[in-house]
Design a protein around this ligand. Structure first.
Ligand SMILES: CC(=O)SCCNC(=O)CCNC(=O)[C@H](O)C(C)(C)COP(=O)(O)OP(=O)(O)OC[C@H]1O[C@@H](n2cnc3c(N)ncnc32)[C@H](O)[C@@H]1OP(=O)(O)O
Ligand SMILES: O=CC(=O)O
Ligand SMILES: [Mg+2]
Length: 694
């Protein structure tokens, strides 16, 4: 039972009030009274606007549903469809000829190109690891993953044969990123060092060497006493790459935060990062380890930034949270709470109250997900204005990263950017949520193509290409990130190396990775591609037409899938749903590596859940499958998920009237009615039920 205290007419969960008054406020110069009165004022003014925006989403969806029922199947008359979208206010006129005016942006965001790591905010051990993932060992990343064409490491200590393959790969990388004036790094013996590009300074610290290519650091560790270095003719013990330039501390789709207790955990970690004093102790390999933020890296001639520049992803405009209740007893919009409390925590960084600096440019970086169109972006802008006024911050101190992950945002992207033009620091194609919204928006059009075929469909190609072109046209290059989406197969690093180079090649100066190891490996792509050169080349290109973006991925009318295809699709989706939901509901874990039907661990979060649940809901709606088939898939996959989790002592089986099983079923059977196909409302409801039962 949550205990509330009254502050300025609001009911604030006591855990939150205590966190704010005892931890977040001290040192900021903001008084508790002013904070609570400010919050009450913001909520009083903005809650009605927030609610109206959500109502508008519902209203537009009702109109889309009616149109698709009257015009079933894929769009056949694009002009008529666009006229309809314009008439209902779904498409608005795009502003032209403007450039963003964002100021005070850190170089890692504005002028550098490299990986962006995402990490669930509630996990202190992981967030520290993420912040420190600015630099990563290439040797470790190669040794422990499937990138190499070499046998896996033999267990029981260092495997020399594997190590040799690592060293050969790393030398090959050096040859391509920082070639020698003559010969190969393979033959370098640690003597005289001459690079082909003499403009690259060779910086030393003792024997160690620091080089830079495309703005990214490469540290070559020379240690002839090290077990690896002593076998190496040049004494190279490791190659350390500058990796996650930026990291997103995620309070949204990778966490399960349903009440004040959970929110305070997330805010506490964010505050600890902003103050630089967060630590985490945990057992690893039989010993207790304590992790803290890494220092900056000292070289004779310069001090390198030791940590990733951190963003915090707030939630979107939909959800409310019982952490704060309005005077009428209803829950406050969670996005407003996040904006206020994460900005307050970040003031510790702005004011230099802690050990380190996150933003040396004096900015607070907030990622805003799941916005639908320009009005919602304008609302975010107004909200951030209000938070700045309340906290006494200069206008546009709070920067925004706009997730381009809802269809109405993609279709009106320039107008969305315009709405936040003086604070925008990124656009990012969150293709996972975007796929869910694509299906939900056109839910009534007919059965969607299979999930695996989505990536090749024309809307998604247009979406990715338009995002880059519109970003360039609006002047993001050199001022802000144009980012690409998540690599959702954390163990498939060889495939990532083959495919994710496509992101910098497409003009994106950052792209998401799921782990520090993936960041280190993906960093190599930014040595191979000079993204800012690509952006210059793209600048003169045409933006792909809206028509392709609006081509919905419904199957051709009359298309039939074989019984086997239907079963495969259902089982694949049911497996992902159950494997993710059971950990979310029972253990409060918001992001999991869930073995898929072929036992390949996939990153599942709320966005991937949105896709799987909407897909089954869509096929049920259109009679591609029956409820009996769906139930059978759930039953079969529940047994598989139970078996896959057999080693987890905290795991509760998916059986009988299990709350997690009920949640999974509800996500599918009530999927058509969920707002924009989101999974949050049902996940929160069932998680709260589980917490209450516990
Ligand atoms: C659509 C979207 O919104 S995508 C954005 C949301 N998704 C994410 O944030 C993905 C974040 N990634 C993760 O949460 C995890 O990598 C998972 C759940 C996918 C896999 O987790 P696990 O199975 O525990 O990973 P695995 O066992 O391979 O590795 C664990 C180690 O890697 C580290 N690690 C893994 N992922 C991360 C991460 N994102 N940030 C920092 N460290 C990480 C852990 O700290 C741990 O190292 P440690 O033991 O030294 O602490
Ligand atoms: O947030 C990212 C996405 O793909 O969705
Ligand atoms: Mg998303």
């Amino acid at each position: 039972m949550t205990v509330y205290v009254n502050r300025a007419g609001l009911q604030i969960a006591s855990a939150l009030a205590e966190f704010v008054e005892a931890k977040a406020l001290p040192g900021t110069g903001v008084e508790a009274d002013a904070l609570w009165r400010g919050l009450a004022d913001i909520l009083g003014r903005l809650v009605p606007v927030n609610r109206a925006l959500i109502a508008k989403r519902d209203n537009l969806q009702t109109k889309l549903d009616a149109w698709h029922k009257a015009n079933p199947g894929p769009i056949t008359d694009m002009a008529a469809y666009k006229a309809f979208l314009t008439e209902i206010g779904y498409l608005v006129s795009e502003p032209v000829g403007f450039k963003i005016g964002t100021l005070n942006v850190d170089a890692e965001i504005a002028t550098m190109a490299g990986p962006q790591l995402v990490v669930p905010a509630l996990n202190d051990r992981f967030v520290l690891n993420a912040a420190n993932a600015r630099w990563g060992s290439l040797y470790d990343a190669l040794y422990g993953t499937d990138v190499l064409d070499a046998p896996a490491a033999r267990p029981g200590g260092y495997d020399t044969a594997r190590g040799d393959a690592v060293i050969a790969y790393a030398r090959n990388f050096l040859d391509s990123a920082v070639p020698l004036a003559s010969g190969s790094w393979v033959d370098w013996d640690g003597g005289d060092l001459q690079l082909a590009d003499q403009a690259i300074p060779i910086i030393r610290r003792g024997d160690d060497i620091l080089l830079r290519n495309n703005g990214l650091g490469i540290e070559i560790v020379i240690d002839r006493n090290h077990p690896v270095g002593k076998t190496d003719k040049a004494g190279i013990a490791d190659v350390i790459l500058e990796a996650a330039l930026t990291t997103i501390i995620d309070l949204e789709d990778s966490v399960a935060a349903v009440d004040a207790e959970d929110k305070v955990k997330g805010y506490t970690n964010w505050l600890g990062l902003m103050r630089g004093d967060l630590t985490a102790s945990f057992e690893k390999g039989g010993t207790t380890m304590t992790r803290a933020l890494d220092d900056d890296r000292e070289w004779d001639e310069e001090l390198l930034h030791g940590r990733s520049v951190m963003f915090v992803r707030n939630v979107g405009h939909l959800m409310t949270n019982p952490a704060v209740r309005l005077p009428d007893g209803s829950e406050a919009p969670e996005g407003i709470l996040d904006a206020v409390f994460t900005s307050l925590c970040a003031m510790h960084d702005l004011l230099g109250l802690g050990k380190y600096r996150n933003s040396r440019a004096g900015s607070i970086y907030i990622v805003k997900p799941k916005q639908h169109g320009p009005e919602e972006c304008a609302f975010t802008n107004d909200l951030f204005d209000a938070v700045e006024d309340m906290l006494g911050l200069d206008r546009h101190t709070i920067k925004v990263g706009v997730m381009d992950e809802e269809r109405r945002t993609s279709a009106n992207l320039a107008a969305c950017i315009y709405a936040v033009r003086d604070r925008i620091v990124f656009i990012n194609t969150g293709f996972l949520d975007r796929t869910g919204d694509e299906m939900h928006s056109a839910m009534q059009a007919g059965p969607m193509i299979r999930k695996a075929d989505m990536k090749a469909s024309s809307w998604i190609q247009a979406y990715e290409a338009r995002n880059v072109q519109i970003g360039l046209t609006c002047g993001l290059s050199g001022k802000a990130q144009i980012g690409k989406g998540m690599w959702a197969a954390p163990d498939m690093m060889k495939d990532m190396m083959a495919q994710k180079i496509g992101h910098p090649k497409s003009g994106a100066n950052t792209a998401w990775v799921p782990s520090p190891t993936a960041a280190t490996l993906h960093a190599m792509h930014y040595h191979m591609v000079d993204v800012f050169e690509v952006q210059k080349e793209l600048a003169s290109k045409e933006t792909p037409a809206l028509d392709a973006l609006l081509t919905i991925p419904a199957a051709a009318r009359g298309h039939n899938w074989s019984a086997e295809e239907v079963q495969q699709e259902l089982e694949n989706n049911a497996q992902g749903i159950l494997g993710y939901v059971v950990r979310w509901i029972d253990q409060g874990i918001g992001c999991s590596k869930v073995p898929d039907i072929h036992d390949i661990g996939l990153m599942e979060d709320r966005a991937t859940l949105r896709i799987s649940s909407q897909h089954i809901a869509n096929w049920l709606l259109h009679g591609v499958c029956t409820p009996e088939q769906v139930d059978a898939a759930f039953a079969k996959m529940a047994a598989k998920v139970d078996a896959q989790n057999a080693g987890d002592a905290l795991y509760e089986k998916l059986e009988g009237n299990s709350i997690a099983l009920n949640a999974a079923r509800a996500l599918v059977y009530e999927g058509v009615a969920q707002p924009s196909g989101y999974t949050e409302p049902l996940l929160h409801k069932f998680r709260l039920e589980k917490k209450a039962a516990a």
